[in-house]
Design a protein around this ligand. Structure first.
Ligand code: ARG
Length: 472
């Protein structure tokens, strides 16, 4: 049995200390010490409000606030002694405060429970985390746009089913990921709105008999709203689940890009070379250069999705209001945040430093009949029903395949024969239609890959990502 009974916040009712294994499973300090700053800030705001409401003397509030500053400084100076017997960050902070300022510390917890306290701390932490991920996403977008501007004009195969489909601009491809990141950022902003609701004042579950002023605490801590129902306030972890879903989708987007970087840097594609700074070698095969950073971003997606499922599973069977299961909410949140932030931090410079082999991309566009649609469109534009034109173009592909040549290599006679029986005048435009550059530039429909569209998209992206007056 543990000796430390007297240091608990709830010892009064118990005749004995907890079993050592109880203490071990109960302790969350190894995880929730990351909330120390939020815990100190939340407590200071609470104490100040209690004083404003006349619940606490100005003198005691002052002592508490100054004492908490010292606790924070000690934690930051690595002077805090962590112990499983003190369970969690809230107990550590309060016990240390008591050692520093004496009995006044015992008044801090007036009209508060660890249930509303922990929810407040975690929300404060997630609010900061949303902003940090957003900044990393912005940086990632800038990296993509920078390379897209630099390589405007480079044509590559666009794929469906991982089969070469139609030529597109590399810049268009990169900008697709910029769009995903915009949506990720919009989701984060939306999530932040629901995270920023103060639960402090709900106390254990029912509210309190003290006349609190939660709105002023919300103002002080940067929350934009205050809870409406005390039971909901202490048991709601929707905000954490939403945050984890948003992070999951960010990571899934990164994983798709990572997969492309792995493919593109393979000898089979040869579209890019990754900087050696983001690769590793093989300990047996001297020629190898492995795209490890991209593989790890892809691989770590599993744990982020696992974090989301883990939290949802914790929540699914919980009756109202607080249950200790909720202590399991923090680890997935911290883990997903760390993983996604690291992934964003590595992806941006990896994109910035990759070498683009434009000639390899353009060569790939010339093989695989990526202009077969152009031929069909050419005929359709001259009155041939598209289904018939599609058939003719398919036959042309078969003929070229037999001859091991490209569609451009087929002669005027070949084309005339293929179009036999159709009322259509073939002209010089046919050869021109087959040119990949022109194929790209004809894609002028909104959001299409034409150079004109992509240039406009880049201009717009530059305006949004480097607004006037922003740093650099
Ligand atoms: N460490 C706890 C958690 O993270 C704090 C809340 C404890 N509340 C309680 N009633 N035991 O959930």
């Amino acid at each position: 049995m543990s000796e430390s009974k007297g240091k608990r916040l709830w010892g009064g009712r118990f005749g004995q200390g907890p079993h050592e294994f109880m203490e071990r499973i109960n302790a969350s300090i190894g995880v929730d010490k990351r909330l120390y700053l939020q815990d100190v800030r939340g407590s200071q705001a609470h104490a100040a409000m209690l004083a404003r409401q006349g619940i606490l003397s100005a003198h005691d509030a002052e002592k508490i606030i100054v004492g908490l500053d010292q606790v924070r400084a000690e934690i930051e100076g690595h002077k805090m002694e962590w112990s499983d017997s003190l369970e969690d960050i809230h107990t550590h902070v309060e016990m240390r405060l008591k050692e520093i300022i004496g009995d006044a510390a015992g008044r801090l917890h007036t009209a508060r429970s660890r249930n509303d306290q922990v929810a407040t701390d975690l929300r404060l932490w997630v609010m900061d985390a949303c902003r940090e991920i957003d900044a990393a996403l912005l940086n990632f977008q800038r990296a993509l746009v920078g390379r897209a501007e630099e390589h405007l004009g480079v044509i590559m195969p666009g794929y469906t089913h991982l089969q070469r489909a139609q030529p597109v601009l590399l810049s268009h491809h990169l900008l697709a990921y910029v769009e995903m990141a915009w949506r990720d950022r919009a989701r984060l902003a939306d999530c932040l709105g629901r995270v920023s609701v103060l639960p402090l004042g709900a106390a254990a579950l029912a509210g309190t008999s003290f006349a609190l002023d939660p709105a002023s605490v919300a103002d002080e801590l940067g929350f934009t709203g205050v809870f409406a129902n005390s039971l909901d306030a202490v048991s709601d972890r929707d905000f954490a689940a939403e945050f984890l879903f948003t992070l999951s989708l960010v990571q899934v987007h990164l994983s798709r890009l990572a997969e492309e970087l792995v493919l593109w840097s393979s000898m089979e594609f040869g579209f890019i070379s990754l900087s050696g700074a983001f690769a590793t070698g093989s300990c047996i095969m001297p020629q190898k250069k492995h795209p490890d950073a991209a593989e790890l971003v892809r691989g770590k997606t599993g744990r982020v999705l696992g974090d989301l499922i883990s939290l949802l599973t914790v929540l699914k069977g919980l009756p109202l209001a607080y249950n200790k299961d909720l202590q399991e909410d923090k680890e997935p949140v911290f883990d997903a945040f760390d993983t996604v932030l690291d992934s964003l931090l590595v992806m941006a410079p990896m994109i910035e430093t990759m070498h683009v082999h434009a000639e390899r991309m353009e060569m790939a566009v010339r093989h695989g009949f990526l202009n077969a649609t152009e031929l069909a469109d050419y005929l359709a534009a001259r009155g041939v029903p598209f289904r018939v034109a599609h058939e003719v173009s398919g036959k042309a592909v078969r003929l070229a395949e037999e001859r091991v040549c490209t569609l451009e290599d087929l002669t005027d006679e070949d084309h005339a024969r293929l179009c036999e029986g159709l009322e259509v005048e073939l002209d010089d435009g046919l050869k021109q239609a087959l040119d990949p550059g022109r194929a790209v530039d004809r894609r002028i429909s909104p959001g299409g890959t034409s150079r004109q569209n992509v240039e406009a998209a880049l201009k717009e992206a530059r305006k949004r990502l480097w607004p006037k007056g922003s740093e650099q």
